[in-house]
Design a protein around this ligand. Sequence first.
Ligand SMILES: Nc1ncnc2c1ncn2[C@@H]1O[C@H](COP(=O)(O)OP(=O)(O)OP(=O)(O)O)[C@@H](O)[C@H]1O
Ligand SMILES: [Mg+2]
Length: 127
Amino acid sequence: MIALRGELGSGKTSFARAFIRARLAESIEVPSPTFTLVEIYGGESDLPIWHFDLYRLSAAAEARELGFEEALGEGISLIEWPERLGPLLPAERLDLTFGAGPTPGSRTVAAAASPSWHNRIEGLRGV
Ligand SMILES: Nc1ncnc2c1ncn2[C@@H]1O[C@H](COP(=O)(O)OP(=O)(O)OP(=O)(O)O)[C@@H](O)[C@H]1O
Ligand SMILES: [Mg+2]
């Protein structure tokens, strides 16, 4: 799973939209799951991508009702506001933290990888 962190408007949804389009198809509509809390893309022949926005989650346990455990088991999870998961937040994850960049309208992103993600990224470097 990839945790998308950062203040309101820092670019989490924009990143998720670009990620989903790059993996599946440029023409896909990717609305912000602000009110639906989750949108699912792909499936069938593609690994499904679950895009969560947990800002409005009222309790961590509510994530289960959204299919959070199923998402972790079957596909790629992109999660905005992952801190709302509290103790349900998986330890194995890639954290991407978005912030304001040095010039107006620019953004920065910092990545932090758990051990398995670190190995995965090192593996890619070796190719
Ligand atoms: N890499 C970027 N460079 C410049 N502007 C960006 C970038 N990413 C996003 N923006 C702009 O920032 C605004 C907010 O982006 P976005 O909706 O992705 O934020 P968010 O982090 O998902 O916010 P929220 O916390 O409300 O879900 C949009 O107007 C978008 O065009
Ligand atoms: Mg968003």
